[in-house]
Design a protein around this ligand. Sequence first.
Ligand SMILES: *Cc1c(COP(=O)(O)O)cnc(C)c1O
Length: 255
Amino acid sequence: MTGSSDARTVELGDRLAAVRRRLDAAVESAGRPAGSCELLVVTKFFPADDVRRLLQLGERAFGESREPEAGRKVASVLRDWELGDWESPDPDDVPVFDMIGSVQSKKARSVARWARAVHSVDRPKVVDALERAAAAALDDGERADRLGILLQVSLDGDPQRGGVVEADLTSLAEQVVDAHSLRLRGLMVIAPLHGDPAHWMAETARVHEAFRVRFDDAAELSAGMSGDMEAAVAAGSTCVRVGTAIMGERPLVSQ
Ligand SMILES: *Cc1c(COP(=O)(O)O)cnc(C)c1O
């Protein structure tokens, strides 16, 4: 295991502290209670040792986006966690990992083994695959709770970036509600790169408000990344997904 004072741990600690300050300030200036927005540290493309460093720094919630990289990394980190190689491992304070990338049906079984929630669900076929996968994982004792589901909403209808269009959102949400091994938790948004960012955040808030009225048990909103977390918190985000501002530039890896 890495020492708590290696250069990379110091670097991660500094950037993490800066992001935590930004997040706390955004929550406060939105007039919201402290701690009302979760920080998911996006560790995709970075090694398991970086996740271990972040655990040492006190972080417990991580976002991953690709299989099989994610499953291997999570298994490696949790193996160490269970061995108790930590200063004060609290059994109730276990690390959690969310899937934030798109899920192919054939990877659903693997994702259901390790993910607390999937943030990127956008079509009926993926809901079916995740329901079957989560049911099997519950049966096999690989997970204790239903798989959390956030529906990714497309604000501009661009099929390249994924997401369900608003017109199809309710029927997709009903499908998740009816799935016994899934738990609908809310919505996820990635703001389009074109157009006015303030417009997209206003749209995010509007779609989220309407959704919460209909699905009051699924009030979460996963929105905001390194560049737009303040605006997302102002729009009601309950979970920001921050990679670059903490981890640094991602290494370029071909698919
Ligand atoms: C990579 C990724 C992030 C993190 O983005 P940064 O700009 O590096 O903070 C957030 N959300 C999703 C869905 C991602 O794929």
